[in-house]
Design a protein around this ligand. Sequence first.
Ligand code: BGC
Length: 766
Amino acid sequence: MIRRHYKIIIAAAIMFSFFGFQVNKKSGSEMEVVKILSIDQRVDSLMQKMTLDEKVGQMNLYNGFWDVTGPTPEAGSAKLKYEHLRKGWVGAMLSVRGTRNVKEVQRIAVEETRLGIPLLIGFDVIHGYKTLSPIPLAESASWDLQAIENSARVAATEASAAGINWTFAPMVDISRDPRWGRVMEGGGEDPYLGSKIASARVQGFQGDDLADKNSIAACAKHFAAYGFSESGKEYNSVDIGTSTLYNTVLPPFKAAADSGVKTFMNSFNELNGIPVTGSEFLQRDILKEAWNFEGFVVSDWASINELIFWGHAKDKRQAAIIASRAGSDLDMEGYVYVRELVKLVEDGIVKESIVDDAVRRILKVKFELGLFDDPYKYCDPANEKEVIGNAKHHEAVLDVAKKSIVLLKNEGNLLPLKKEGQKIALIGPLAADKNSPLGSWRIASDDNTAVSVLEGMEKYTSNSLTHKKGVDLVLGHTAFIEEVVINTTNRNGIDEAVETAKTADVVVMVLGEHGFQSGEGRSRTSLDLPGLQQELLEAVYAVNKNIVLVLNNGRPLAIEWAAKHIPAIVEGWQLGTQSGNAIAQVLYGDYNPSGKLPMTFPRNVGQIPIYYNHKSTGRPENTNDNVFWSHYIDVENTPLYPFGHGLSYTTFDYKNFKIHGKDFTVGDAIKVTVDVTNTGNYDGKEVVQLYIRDLFGSITRPVKELKGFELVHFKKGETKTIEFTLTNKELGFFNNQGKYIVEAGDFEVFVGGSSNTVLKDAFTLK
Ligand code: BGC
């Protein structure tokens, strides 16, 4: 589709550049001759007309007037913002939403400023606008790239109908630390899976043609290494080596760039001593030069100011110098460029070419979005009414919600539940909750609009269902509405819940984190079930062991007790608007789960960081029966649930695993096949995963690395041969100079339904 568009555009460009002119039919019989210019030419021509003030204005991004997603460095009065808008000192706004509001600010920019340059209107469309998909970490558990793309498309369609033309997504930060609250926004711990997901999301948001009215510009964030914040603490330092940076952190960003993402956002962290907003190495050397990225970089919220608090710039003036030179093109709500940059250029301290480069990049995206042709293209109230929250979107988010659920454990096939004649007790503070499943980052959706598990289960009317909360998860919230106060004292409902559980055939318990316990600014030092939920779980277990535990959470949890005692565990994340329907359909077997964990579940917090693609160490095993090997003395090395783990109601058998050949030369395409059979009693899907291990390297290699996967549907009894190809792209790595190399040597290849698969074969690369 993209290619077809390009062909038409190229053909048209050749035709018109030959003649140099196009004849346009205008209203009535009036004919006008318009010179056809490329976007670059249009940008150049506009820039020639711009004053320095106006150029710097394009580098200024203001927050709107109500939703706030960070501390405001200046009082940020609406009056001042309107004043700046009218002067042409604002290039973009964020968190202005709804066609009426967007049209109003856009009208000022277009009709009241000298050059009438339209605004970019950004918004955190992280997992939907009003109709919410699962949180991104959950969606990543689907390993279903088409479903992920569809979900981003729904988000773009609703957001664009509300006047928004730019989303601050996808977040592609790899993280190995579930203490960090923002793991809920990303694709998990693995760079290969993360890269595929990054591309799918970019494609979903931007569509086939950015100029379409339901396409919006995407933003790969947070560039870079924010997910490695020390000790999982928000906004913290990051100190990682070149190998981790190139092999783990950067690949999803590169994938986003290769997929045509229009913008990047930098981040709050420092990387090896340089706050990344001021990092020339990341933003210029890597992104704009090595990767040839032609879009622009937006700072994170006031992150240019934060150069001062990091102790990297002494004041705003110096922050502006550092950030602009480093390639941060647009200042988000920082008031630094708008206050400092004009003077710095006039004084010859910042080169005008730096400003020109930034402005050129910003304007180009505006042209590509078609904003100069129709600045109000996203501002149609009739479309807004029709599109937002329509039934098709609910179907789409239900589809991806079901695909995101991971069956962690199912001892004795307790699941799926029988549909008739069962007495079911539904217990837990999250069972009837309609708010928490919406998750964090859902600024435009209304409170309490998720389908609860209770509502979802009530649709199955041939069983008896009794609901008891047991305990409250939260007692309320602090002055900041999104900060919840966890209940650690009120046990009033426990006895009643235990009584109900006593006589039930099956107890379904919905426990986990509140939706506002993960997300930005929500790091945790404990990964236990918060509050009194563990106590409730154990009290119920004491009277009835037939428990299905449904987890609702925004990050991996350390649920070692539950994993040991509870027979069935379903990872139900925070699944968005259709949450309860998706969970009920899985519990009752109307949907056979196929999700796989995108992030390792630790046994306890002390194991963190724990991730599947770790290095071997010099003492990986206990060969001499003593303590002198790489381990803990109080907990085993394995995780609770590994990356890639997830069960189905059916079973899969892997046979005839074959590498087609034994000796290869660097550059060969190596074919790998395996026969997978559905050996159980249900049709179902399996994510067939392929991992490699490069046994010896000039830089030590991980014990396993995901290098291929395929989501395959199998009928009951069906066998399919799954084929993978390994090439230089999969077999190499970045060395400590950031150069991609492929080394000859011995490799192992593993296939299976999880990263802990032991089915392996080997080959040599010469
Ligand atoms: C977050 C970004 C977000 C921005 C705008 C910041 O606090 O780190 O991810 O896009 O706010 O809301």
